[in-house]
Design a protein around this ligand. Structure first.
Ligand SMILES: Cc1cc2nc3c(=O)[nH]c(=O)nc-3n(C[C@H](O)[C@H](O)[C@H](O)COP(=O)(O)O)c2cc1C
Length: 278
């Protein structure tokens, strides 16, 4: 489910050029006399008419203050003010005008906001997080997150995976020490989550568990929560400590918490052509 805000315009072609080339929006749909643009998961459209709607404000928001500064550097000549902090709204922003005089705003929220990422952004921006803030992850958020994970694919819809939440600090510390530096991020989360699968429910429980774990990583990121896949946790001592039956599979034990910095530069990734073999 989504939605679109439409504005009347007298300069459709100019607006398309501006929002596409200057603001970095994509053309989502071109109709006969209307054009719909996309910025992240924000859809907004313009329709060619005899008069233009120029009221209101079109706001584009970014994850990081630097992105607002970069937008300002690109839009200096149309900017109304320099980027600044607003104590009232707890945002960092500046205003500019589009070619029809509409006010547009570029901003970053300086506080946590509810999840909003588009599918593509979720895939591109998820990062392994190894440093977390002290902010509590509420049971309500964890509940919503796990609810979204119920739709992970499983062999023959066996739904053989399950999640074990670990909140006890001594257990978290113990887990973080099992594999030295590799497992150390576990200690830095607000809690840890073991993602497991039951062989009694599926012959493909290892695959089910791994897919569910990655589903969890992505779902967590959509809530602004960081995770880090910690490998080789399918160990007898880990299962004994967590009360997990020894024949069950532990896909990973991940820390969970709000990232200290959610704007992490991705590590080097291969070019698309290197992932495709003919
Ligand atoms: C199978 C697997 C095992 C991993 N094991 C560890 C680990 O033991 N410790 C750790 O800190 N990160 C671990 N990672 C995270 C990777 O280091 C990380 O995904 C990779 O560097 C790419 O970074 P990104 O996830 O931010 O794109 C693992 C990831 C995968 C998929």
């Amino acid at each position: 489910m989504s939605g679109i805000v439409f504005f009347k315009s007298r300069k459709l072609a100019g607006l398309r050029e501006f929002y596409q080339n200057k603001v970095g929006c994509e053309v989502w749909l071109q109709q006969e006399d209307c054009i719909i643009m996309r910025h992240g998961n924000f859809l907004f459209g313009f329709c060619q008419r005899d008069e233009a709607d120029t009221g209101g404000i079109i706001t584009f928001f970014f994850d990081h203050k630097d992105e607002v500064d970069q937008a300002y550097a690109r839009h200096k000549e149309i900017a109304i003010n320099k980027p600044s902090h607003s104590d009232k709204y707890r945002i960092y922003n500046f205003f500019a005008r589009d070619p029809e005089g509409r006010i547009i705003e570029f901003q970053q929220f300086e506080h946590r906001v509810a999840h909003y990422l588009s599918g593509a952004e979720l895939l591109l921006k998820r990062r392994s997080i190894r440093e977390f803030t002290d902010e509590e992850v509420t049971d309500e958020t964890i509940g919503q997150l796990l609810d979204n994970c119920r739709y992970a694919p499983t062999s023959m819809n066996s739904q053989s995976y399950y999640f074990k939440l670990i909140k006890d600090h001594r257990t978290i510390d113990w887990l973080s020490q099992t594999r030295g530096k590799s497992s150390s991020p576990i200690a830095r989360g607000r809690l840890a989550v073991a993602i497991c699968a039951d062989p009694a429910l599926s012959r493909r429980h290892v695959q089910d568990g791994c897919i569910a774990a990655y589903h969890f990583l992505l779902a967590a990121w959509s809530f602004g929560l960081g995770t880090c896949w910690i490998a080789a946790m399918d160990r007898d001592d880990v299962k004994e400590k967590l009360g997990i039956p020894v024949d069950h599979y532990v896909a990973t034990v991940t820390p969970l918490g709000y990232p200290q910095d959610s704007f992490i530069k991705p590590p080097r990734k291969k070019d698309l052509s290197e992932f495709i073999v003919s």
